[in-house]
Design a binder for this molecule. Structure first.
Ligand SMILES: [Zn+2]
Length: 509
């Protein structure tokens, strides 16, 4: 019997599969990962004409952490005992992610001429220096890349074909029929309303109240709460996007009819995920203009709204903003509201400011198209990876850059849509009236995007001699202007137009 014949007839293979414990992934996904690895490895073994004599699976144990992998060690024992000719793994990073592990592995395999084949990186020839180097490089890439990222990408590729379908788990998705595909017009209208209202800056609580007021109920027949509005508004399926394992699958479109545009949906996500929003507007309706916007000029803490009750009988209570941390500063609410509003509106009227805020060349950059293009490129990468043109590590390197750009784009898309609310204010004929009709939360957004407000302490005995605005420090957010004198000019009432005079009259401090 020649060596070749002997090898082809009786090469015994051991399959090794492993998936690390990733807290952010569900149990279901984990099991699936190992199952897929095993299936792919069995296929490979068959293609290579190997006889699988053993399968070793380490689940939920990260090789990276350096903890023991009992099945891996059992496999090495088999290798050492000469009972295995070929090790089949999904990728080299399944076998060893640490260089010292790789060295030990080579040590065991070499004396018995044990070969290593992987589904993704092909034959890893550890008998040559080059092969060992390749294995080391692959290993070090695996070490660097977060496993979560890799798994997410793989899951996305694999599930792509399957998850384009409606995925109904426990109950009917609000907005669609039981099949999850057909729109229920009234409910779809409500989803659109939620999305629009959130972008406009309405509070979630007020949206819930509106929906309940219209007699609408959730798909489980319950009244709307802040929680359920948030949940429904943040569903990717609203925009026809598919979510798998907590991740939106880029480039996958659901079979169902979308209710809102992708850019609107992404804007809603960015608004609702904004940590600033969580403290200011989530849950309760906003009642005051400047809490959290006006900052204490002494200690830097945000100012809060408060009522100061006077002990002297007959003296009315005073509504104020005060330092939320200490007793640094206290200022009259109405006066500060008026001053800040006046400055905001004067800025919106200012020619220089208008130029800076105005969209350039029509609608501005088309980030959404660029985002689509990146999705296509990722698809192409995935296809190249599927054909074996690129290795996994090459695909990972390329896709990491693309995904990073995509994240930037998501932010830009959100800013663009939100900036639109500010630009809307530039085109209204009567600014004072338009302002008064804005919801409080949207006024806050406009102010926030224009300036920072610091309430400065007033020295003792100074109260009678100073003007209110002299101890409010307003700084323009928009450094496009590079004009620090602008607010000073505005505060000094250097007026040029009727509109400006109207603003001053309406919001005299
Ligand atoms: Zn303070």
């Amino acid at each position: 019997m020649t060596t070749k014949e002997k090898r082809s007839e009786s090469r015994r293979a051991a399959i090794y599969a492993r998936i690390s414990n990733d807290k952010q992934k569900g149990k279901e996904g984990e099991g699936l990962g190992v199952q897929r690895q095993l299936e792919d490895c069995r296929d490979l073994a068959q293609r290579l004409g190997l006889t699988v004599v053993a399968e070793f699976v380490d689940n939920d144990i990260s090789a990276h952490s350096g903890r023991e992998r009992p099945e891996y060690l059992a496999m090495l024992d088999e290798v050492k005992a000469g009972r295995i000719d070929v090790v089949v793994a999904w990728h080299t990073d399944r076998l060893h992610r640490l260089t010292r592990e790789l060295e030990k592995y080579i040590e065991h395999c070499e004396p018995h001429n044990v070969e290593t084949h992987t589904v993704k990186a092909g034959h890893v020839d550890l008998s040559t220096a080059t092969g060992r180097m390749v294995a080391k490089i692959l290993g070090s890439i695996a070490q660097q890349e977060s496993e979560q990222k890799i798994e997410r990408m793989k899951a996305a590729y694999r599930q792509r074909a399957k998850t384009g379908r409606a995925h109904i788990r426990t109950h009917r998705p609000f907005g669609w029929d039981d099949d999850g595909l057909t729109l229920r017009q009234e409910e779809a209208g409500a989803v659109e309303f939620m999305t629009r209202s959130i972008i406009k800056g309405e509070s979630i609580a007020s949206i819930a109240r509106d929906l309940n007021g219209q007699g609408l109920r959730t798909s489980r027949g319950r009244e709307w709460t802040v929680r359920s509005v948030r949940e429904v508004a943040m569903r990717p399926r609203n925009a026809g996007l598919v979510q798998y394992d907590g991740q939106i699958l880029d480039g996958v479109t659901g079979e169902w009819q979308a209710i809102v545009s992708e850019s609107d949906f992404r804007t809603v996500l960015s608004i609702l995920k904004d940590p600033k929003r969580r403290t200011n507007t989530d849950g309760t309706a906003i009642k005051h203009l400047l809490p959290g916007i006006a900052m204490c000029g002494k200690c830097g803490a945000p100012c809060k709204y408060a009522i100061v009750h006077h002990t002297k009988a007959g003296k009315p209570s005073q509504h104020v903003y005060r330092c939320s941390k200490s007793t640094c500063v206290v200022r009259d609410e109405k006066k500060l509201d008026n001053l800040v509003t006046r400055v905001a509106l004067m800025l919106l009227l200012n020619q220089k400011m208008r130029k800076a805020l105005a969209p350039r060349d029509g609608e501005g950059p088309d980030y959404l198209t660029e985002r689509d293009r990146i999705n296509e490129q990722l698809d192409e990468l995935a296809a190249a990876y599927g054909r074996g043109t690129f290795t996994l590590s090459q695909v990972e390197t390329a896709s990491t850059a693309l995904r990073e750009r995509m994240q930037v784009l998501d932010g830009l898309i959100a800013t663009q849509t939100r900036g639109d609310t500010l630009r809307e204010m530039l085109s209204v004929p009567d600014l004072v009236q338009a302002w008064e009709q804005l919801p409080l939360s949207r006024k806050r957004e406009v102010i926030r995007s224009l300036m920072t407000v610091q309430v400065m302490p007033i020295g003792k005995g100074n109260y009678r001699n100073v003007k209110f605005h002299q101890h409010i420090k307003i700084t323009l957010v928009n450094d496009v202007l590079g004009d620090e004198d602008l607010t000073a000019a505005i505060l000094a009432h250097r007026l040029t137009s009727d509109q400006e005079r109207a603003v001053v009259r309406a919001f005299a401090a």
